[in-house]
Design a protein around this ligand. Structure first.
Ligand SMILES: Cc1cc2nc3c(=O)[nH]c(=O)nc-3n(C[C@H](O)[C@H](O)[C@H](O)COP(=O)(O)O)c2cc1C
Length: 307
């Protein structure tokens, strides 16, 4: 008999200790400040920050967001104020609150990714998530993550700069995601996170124009959950390193499905825009599931899918 408060929720992602298996999707939570009226960031398994580049990027022009059935398309273009801003403003704020911190790293070139990590090595943080999967930038992002050789090059360069846990964030916009997962594992990634957004488009028939200024954007939210679950399951069978699963998670049960498919932790992304407390509800929902199922340690659920 297990009761609420008695379930062990701690998970270990290759040396990244999370007090529960729930983090937030990079780019959907900024660095937490905007959510702090609703959420105590130290209660999350980790805060994953918005992608950060060396000198900051302005992001894409024009309309960047389109609502879709069961989801949204975005084309932000990795707007961010740069690594120095993150180190001066955001990391101290998160550290003061006792948050576990995953910094999401972006770059237009292999060297830029490596330089961002070099700068951050002096800062207090817990892990890096390397975004080789953004569909909304011209140089870098998904163009690295869709090719096993390039994905490997980026991860090797990052690996050579740090001993901290290194998570490679993968794109679903490939023919076989397991080839990329194996490539980054071989290049030294400690874990993978998946999925980033799925390429898509929205058109306004009345104006005969694309809603997003760039045409193609990234689809997220419940619409992509089955794609994400399938890919987590495929990767779980193909690689040995831990997986952080994401894509359309809104509830504790959604999260448990990802754990059963093989994820060791999960991220809540687009759901934060609908309910700023979503991540906390997911944590509670996982615990509730464990109590109902008599599971005393959440790690028992990882890959526990039955046939
Ligand atoms: C507005 C927006 C911005 C995002 N920015 C980033 C980013 O900076 N870096 C990154 O790796 N992923 C980014 N993502 C992808 C999310 O972290 C997540 O992988 C994806 O949205 C799927 O999860 P979800 O359906 O729960 O949102 C962004 C997603 C959205 C919706």
């Amino acid at each position: 008999m297990v009761e609420m408060g008695q379930v062990s929720l701690h998970v270990d992602i290759a040396g990244l200790h999370m007090k529960n298996p729930v983090t937030v999707g990079s780019g959907t939570f900024a660095a937490g400040r905007e959510y702090s009226d609703f959420i105590d960031v130290s209660k999350l398994g980790a805060v994953t920050t918005k992608g950060v580049s060396l000198h900051g990027w302005p992001g894409n022009d024009g309309t960047r967001i389109a609502e879709t059935p069961s989801g949204m398309l975005n084309s932000i273009g990795l707007q961010n104020p740069g690594v120095d801003h993150l180190m001066e403003e955001d990391l101290p704020w998160l550290n003061e609150r006792g948050a576990t911190i995953i910094v999401n790293v972006a770059g237009h070139s292999v060297d830029e990714y490596a330089q961002v990590i070099e700068r951050l090595e002096n800062a207090s943080l817990d892990a890096y998530e390397v975004n080789i999967s953004c569909p909304n930038v011209d140089g870098g992002g998904m163009s690295f993550g869709a090719d096993p050789a390039l994905a490997s090059e980026v991860i090797s360069a990052c690996r050579s700069r740090t001993n901290r846990p290194l998570i490679a964030k993968l794109t679903p916009n490939v023919t076989d995601i397991t080839l990329i997962a194996k490539a980054v594992q071989d290049a030294g990634a400690d874990a993978v996170s998946l999925i980033n957004t799925v390429c898509g488009m929205a058109i306004d028939a009345n104006t005969r124009r694309s809603i997003l200024a760039r045409g193609i954007g990234g689809l997220s939210g419940p619409a992509i959950k089955p794609i994400a679950l399938g890919m987590v399951w495929q990767c779980y069978k193909a690689i040995d390193i831990p997986i952080i699963g994401m894509g359309g998670i809104r509830s504790g049960l959604d999260a448990v499905e990802f754990l059963l498919a093989g994820a060791r932790a999960v991220s809540v992304g687009t759901a934060n825009f609908i309910d700023p407390c979503a991540a906390m509800q997911v944590i509670e929902g996982i615990e509730r599931y464990c109590v109902d199922q008599g599971v005393s340690d959440v790690n028992e659920l990882v890959g526990a899918l039955e046939w």
